[in-house]
Design a protein around this ligand. Structure first.
Ligand SMILES: [Zn+2]
Length: 506
């Protein structure tokens, strides 16, 4: 909007031109002239001055007045507020109030003393003693370290009968194998007087996943009835991606906690969980699984542990060799690995080689019978080749030592260990962790003293080659492969497992 002062000044030429082209109107007289003057005055007036500027000036007060008038105008039009007429119920008298109160539900905290209370009349006769229920139905549960007869006695079965029932049941199943928490349904019958125990009329419980037992009174004796239950023992296979946490991902995929723990132990014996298992890797587990026709499930031990990282596949199968169950790597089990020397401690440098040297603790020069690897305390020590643990334990100046005999009259020993994780008679694979670096025995600091033998004579370990033979061969190898391929043919039912809660085998 133009201010009036913007016209004319500085633009005198324009104003003159305008005045020249427009003839000024002749001023009118009378009331018309009054209107003209008023209109001219009103046009000049600034109706809405800025109330932030020129505070206190006459035009500011006029602006304030205009503002107040504009605010008051809508207030004048506000409608009137009037209360609505409604019906108010008459207050209930004492009797009506009691009548209503009897039909309400009072909270237990107030004593729940509602309802109409009837006083006993003369027609009511007191009983000398209340009658007993004819039968009593109850459920007893077997505790940890509990006895079957003891459970029955606790439930009210007589001592003699409880032992008789336990004898009957032990003919059908081993009482020691009953799981703690087993629920036993009981029905106790009528007794002749209150001083004797009620007789057992009926008993039913689940003895095993595949067996239910029922005991019924027929005539004077109890008859045991077996109820076989069909059980599907197809192992369960679950696959998934490792993601942030192998444990959490496997648990989320429906793998029971104990199976995940076995899986991690199995994988950790062959791989480093920290560096070899990344988020993109996929896990593949097969666990013993039993599904009863009645819906219960039981999960047993881990049978197969697989870890797939792109093209690299680690496939471990639990296999029993010479009475010892162990994890066998599927890819390497049938092959004899080529010769060569694997280092017993990864990424370790040789701090002292084989040959004559001055012994720092003994103080004289003698033959250093092995190779020393400088490694931090606790670094894992791995078997350099497949073999059998001949010795594991304290060996004087060698400290904690593991001796392994390999094929071709070769042997190795690992000394000064802080911890040994194998025992004599264990079969070990190349690369399997047998203990951890330490400084036990005659040692100045954590290192591994590694010796090698040929026909019992010490040799330079870096100069010999271990041509390992296969762990399994012939018939056993064929069985191993058949079992592995049978397991790997199982469908992956990870998605099925997620939706169904899994009861872990106790
Ligand atoms: Zn040494």
């Amino acid at each position: 909007m133009f201010q009036r002062s913007e016209h004319g000044y500085g633009q005198a030429g324009l104003t003159l031109t305008l005045n020249a082209s427009h003839a000024l109107p002749t001023p009118r007289t009378g009331w018309r002239g009054l209107i003209d003057r008023w209109a001219e005055y009103a046009g000049r007036l600034e109706w809405v001055p800025d109330l932030g500027a020129n505070v206190g000036s006459p035009s500011w007060f006029r602006g304030l007045l205009t503002c107040t008038a504009l605010c008051l105008l809508p207030i004048l039009f506000l409608p009137e507020v009037r209360p609505l007429p409604v019906a108010v119920p008459a207050p209930a008298d004492n009797q009506a109030w009691e009548e209503i109160r009897a039909q309400t539900i009072a909270p237990a905290a107030w004593g729940s003393d509602t309802g109409k209370h009837m006083a006993a009349t003369d027609a009511v006769a007191a009983l000398a003693n209340a009658p007993e229920r004819p039968t009593l139905e109850l459920t007893a549960s077997l505790g940890q370290g509990d006895g079957f007869a003891r459970v029955l006695e606790r439930a009210g079965v007589g001592e003699g009968e409880a032992h008789h029932v336990a004898n009957l049941v032990s003919g059908a199943t081993n009482l020691g194998d009953l799981k703690p928490g087993t629920q036993i349904k009981l029905m106790l019958g009528r007794r002749t007087n209150r001083n004797v125990a009620r007789p057992l009329d009926f008993l039913a419980f689940r003895a095993r996943l595949d067996l239910g037992l029922v005991l019924k009174r027929e005539g004077s004796g109890l008859v045991l009835q077996r109820l076989p239950i069909a059980v599907d023992r197809t192992p369960m296979r679950i696959q998934g991606q490792v993601g942030d946490s192998l444990y959490r991902s496997a648990r989320a995929a429906g793998v029971p906690a104990r199976a995940v723990e076995s899986y991690i132990r199995a994988i950790a014996s062959k791989l480093s969980l920290g560096s070899d298992v990344n988020a993109d890797a996929r896990f593949d587990l097969i666990v013993e699984h039993a599904r009863a026709a009645t819906g219960e499930t039981e999960v047993g031990k881990l049978l197969y542990a697989g870890l797939y990282r792109g093209s690299r596949r680690t496939q471990l199968l639990q296999w029993n060799v010479g009475g010892r169950s162990d994890w066998y790597e599927a890819s390497g089990v049938g092959q004899s690995r080529g010769g060569g020397f694997a280092q017993p401690v990864a990424y370790a440098r040789i701090s002292s080689g084989f040959g004559m040297r001055f012994h720092p603790l003994l103080g004289y020069t003698r033959l250093h019978r092995g190779v020393d690897y400088a490694a931090p305390y606790g670094a894992p020590i791995r078997a350099v080749s497949d073999g059998l643990v001949a010795n594991a334990g304290w060996a004087g100046g060698y400290g904690n030592q593991v001796r392994i005999s390999h094929s071709n009259m070769l042997g190795t020993s690992y000394s000064h260990m802080s911890r040994i994780v194998v025992s004599p008679g264990t079969r070990v694979f190349q690369g399997q962790v047998i203990g951890y670096v330490g400084s036990t025995g005659l040692s100045t600091g954590p290192h591994l003293h590694f010796e090698a033998y040929r026909s019992g004579q010490v040799v330079n370990p870096t100069k010999i080659s271990f041509a390992s033979t296969s762990m399994l061969s012939g018939n056993e190898l064929a069985q191993f492969r058949a079992k592995l391929s049978a397991l790997l043919r199982l469908p992956v039912n990870g998605s099925d497992a997620v939706s169904r809660p899994i009861a872990e085998a106790r």
